[in-house]
Design a protein around this ligand. Structure first.
Ligand SMILES: CC(C)(COP(=O)(O)OP(=O)(O)OC[C@H]1O[C@@H](n2cnc3c(N)ncnc32)[C@H](O)[C@@H]1OP(=O)(O)O)[C@@H](O)C(=O)NCCC(=O)NCCS
Length: 104
């Protein structure tokens, strides 16, 4: 996979909606920009609006079955990608195929 993977992100509920997650994701986007690689993540329903706001777009949807993680409910994850600015400005022809970034 040729992308920068943003790992698990959680903000304590007492401190949510104060911009902490935005700052952390922006840090990851600076790394992505410096490496010249797209940023990839798998969003929860809580995280999805935040990532949309920060320029990510949906490339796939996966359902993690409860039995696979010893949980009670199936969880929907949205695979999302954001190109660094210089990559996003490339022509469609010169741009890499998004299927190369889908997690296996
Ligand atoms: C998702 C999460 C990390 C967001 O953290 P946060 O520090 O509250 O996020 P921010 O304050 O930076 O939010 C920035 C913007 O994102 C959007 N946003 C954030 N949380 C949201 C929510 N629960 N519902 C809708 N929009 C949300 C809003 O547009 C928000 O701006 P606003 O507060 O001015 O409206 C936090 O809710 C969390 O830890 N949730 C539980 C764990 C989880 O699902 N993590 C994501 C895994 S992919």
């Amino acid at each position: 996979m040729y992308s920068k993977v943003l790992s698990i992100l959680c903000v304590h509920k007492d401190f949510q909606r104060r911009g902490a997650a935005t700052l952390l994701v922006q840090w990851g986007l600076v790394q992505s920009q410096q490496l010249g690689l797209p940023a990839y993540l798998e969003a929860s329903s809580d995280g999805y609006p935040l990532y949309l706001k920060l320029g990510f777009h949906q490339i796939d949807v996966a359902v993690v079955k409860a039995a696979d993680y010893d949980g009670d409910v199936d969880v929907k994850c949205v695979a999302m990608l954001r190109y660094p600015e210089d990559v996003s400005r490339l022509s469609v022809k010169g741009r890499m195929d998004e299927s190369a970034f889908v997690a296996t």
